[in-house]
Design a protein around this ligand. Structure first.
Ligand SMILES: Cc1cc2nc3c(=O)[nH]c(=O)nc-3n(C[C@H](O)[C@H](O)[C@H](O)COP(=O)(O)OP(=O)(O)OC[C@H]3O[C@@H](n4cnc5c(N)ncnc54)[C@H](O)[C@@H]3O)c2cc1C
Length: 291
């Protein structure tokens, strides 16, 4: 199938893009932002989305950057995922974000798809949802009323819905530089390499006097939005790492999932079992990384 007809705009500055989105909204024209098109174009072709106008951000070069500032790695929304993959800064200072990026689709997808597009699309099976939760990332959104910063917890609202108004542009995402001595791990299961995950987990932790501390466990692919698993985190904090403890944490993590999705790829119960295994594996790997 081919997309339904739409008007195409390619503003060259962020200010022009926001002004255009505001005008289209005032004129009652349904508009969509186009970034790398890796999710939007298939949706248009399948006519799952029929916007009357596309606002392509591809010419706004000021939204393409990776830099370290104020204890964060800041990434412009139009930065490709390939640039994240190739960034020595991110590999060194935010290895969890780097590792998760390698799991996103295929290299061709990462060449074309943008960081902003992945966060804005809010796919429940997207790796970046879990990374946003695990790292407590911040999203910068710019609209007619100026800039606002949204924390990860508030950013994802529901299935394919993030806290971005129709006149706003996601301009930047910020991940804190990983503190020295942090153990981390990222694992997912998908049917074929490059597919969206059936389920996945991200973990960070530290060790203090031999005990686990600051444990963070995030899960994605199992519910409408990625989430932290607080019961499992609590179970682990203050305890000495062991295979038995991590197996128990996996069980607790799996039990705290609220009605995991059942679809053509897997049943909810299968996803629940996967999470128990992935959490256990991630914890073992994270502790090993602390050394
Ligand atoms: C074969 C295949 C495999 C894939 N596998 C994975 C995978 O394993 N994991 C994964 O996470 N993704 C996967 N994807 C999706 C891919 O990562 C997309 O690149 C990403 O979801 C969207 O980024 P994009 O730049 O292409 O955005 P687009 O497709 O252009 O836009 C996606 C949505 O976000 C909105 N949007 C985009 N940028 C902004 C912005 N700056 N501000 C506000 N709204 C914005 C658009 O309006 C649209 O609604 C896969 C895609 C394909 C085709």
């Amino acid at each position: 199938m081919k997309p339904a007809p739409f008007d195409y705009y390619a503003p060259e500055t962020l200010e022009d893009a926001v002004a255009l989105l505001e005008k289209l909204e005032d004129d009652d024209v349904e508009a969509k932002i186009l970034a790398g098109g890796q999710s939007l174009m298939p949706m248009l072709s399948l006519r799952m989305a029929r916007p009357e106008a596309l606002v392509d951000l591809g010419k706004i070069k000021s939204l393409d950057y990776i830099r370290e500032e104020g204890g964060n790695i800041s990434i412009g929304a139009m930065t490709s995922k390939r640039a994240v993959e190739d960034s020595a800064l991110i590999r060194e200072k935010q290895p969890l974000l780097h590792a998760a990026t390698l799991h996103i689709g295929h290299r061709q997808i990462r060449n074309q798809g943008t960081v902003g597009g992945s966060f804005a699309h809010a796919d429940p099976a997207a790796e970046y949802g879990a990374i946003a939760q695990a790292l407590g990332m911040e999203m910068v959104v710019v609209g007619p009323d100026g800039e606002r910063v949204v924390v990860a917890d508030d950013f994802y609202i529901s299935f394919l819905t993030a806290d971005i108004d129709s006149t706003e542009v996601l301009t930047e995402v910020r991940a804190p530089v990983m503190a020295a001595g942090t153990g981390w791990a990222f694992q997912e299961i998908c049917r074929r390499q490059g597919d969206l995950a059936i389920a996945g987990t991200a973990v960070t932790l530290r060790l203090e006097n031999g005990n686990c501390t600051d444990v963070v466990i995030a899960v994605f692919g199992v519910n409408a939005i990625a989430a932290r698993l607080g019961d499992a985190e609590q179970l682990l904090n203050g305890k000495a790492p062991s295979e038995a403890l991590f197996r128990e944490a996996g069980r607790v993590a799996s039990a705290e999932l609220d009605e995991p999705i059942s679809d053509v790829h897997a049943s909810g119960e299968y996803r629940r079992d996967l999470v128990a295994t992935l959490v256990r594996r991630c914890l073992l790997e994270a502790v090993e990384r602390v050394g």
